[in-house]
Ligand binder design. Structure first.
Ligand code: FPP
Length: 243
């Protein structure tokens, strides 16, 4: 599939939804849907390389996902561990920087160690895969507010001089540009606590396709839809003075 596309988003973020329904349709356990979801993620990472999307962020485990049955939580954590153990070389070969965004300290020590290892071995690369793990948009804002309050209490920052840019520097990955395009699979029209600050001006694209079925054609449809959008960032794009 060779396509010439204009206006490629620099940063695509994905809410990978529908793994459970995919498994249920096959009469299988939910974890088989998450396994197929991990394979879909690897495919999409390749599409990002092909279509020159520099940053890919994915919502892999939210701060709310701990309330799922223990077997599912444990299964997801071991999938993530296996991903890091088995795909490190592939990430290095693909020159892709791996980063985790979220409350890492809430993850098991062994997973934290694996994450640090792969983050370190891929650190120099420009392309990035950002996996949101134990992540919540509200948690991120709260964590930023707490750090800021500590700095203010020490006299390191004057709260009255705070700007959006300065506040943004307290978020988990301040050097990463905001997502241009947020894709949500499996048809639900909500953000589910994903990138609440960063999504302020993101274009949203919702597809009914379940995440494990998400194909190159589906990815291209999202890119083509994005290319047609006019982004205004709160401004206007034509002369409306007499309207
Ligand atoms: C939402 O589908 C999906 C998740 C909560 C987990 C997503 C995780 C992966 C795709 C695992 C792979 C990640 C890596 C980095 C290896 P759901 O379970 O809520 O689906 P449902 O709404 O159909 O029940």
């Amino acid at each position: 599939m060779e396509e010439q596309l204009d206006n490629i988003p620099r940063h695509v973020a994905i809410i990978m939804d529908g793994n459970g329904r995919w498994a249920k349709k096959r009469g299988s356990i939910r974890l088989s849907g998450h396994k197929a979801g991990a394979e879909a993620l690897l495919r999409v990472l390749n599409y990002c390389e092909k279509y020159k999307v520099q940053y890919l962020s994915v919502y892999a485990f939210s701060t709310e996902n701990w309330s799922r049955p223990k077997a599912e939580v444990d299964g997801l954590m071991s999938l993530l561990g296996n991903f890091l153990r088995n795909r490190e070389e592939e990430l290095i070969e693909a020159k892709c920087r791996f980063r985790v965004m979220g409350r890492k300290e809430g993850l098991s020590e062994s997973l934290q160690k694996l994450i640090s290892k792969v983050e370190a071995s891929t650190k120099g690369f420009e392309r990035q895969l950002i996996v949101c793990l134990n992540y919540g948009g509200r948690a991120e804002l709260l964590d930023a507010a707490k750090k800021l309050a500590e700095d203010a209490a020490r006299g390191d920052i004057d709260p009255q001089s705070l700007t959006e840019e300065k506040f943004g520097s307290y978020l988990y990955l301040p050097d990463v540009p905001d997502p241009d395009l947020i894709i949500r699979t499996s048809g639900e029209f909500r953000l589910s606590n994903f990138l609440l600050w960063e999504a302020a001006y993101s274009e949203l694209y919702v597809t009914p396709v379940l995440w494990p079925d998400f194909s190159e054609e589906d990815f291209l449809s999202a890119l083509k839809d994005f290319a047609k959008r006019t982004r205004k960032f709160g401004a206007i794009t034509e002369d409306t003075t007499n309207k």
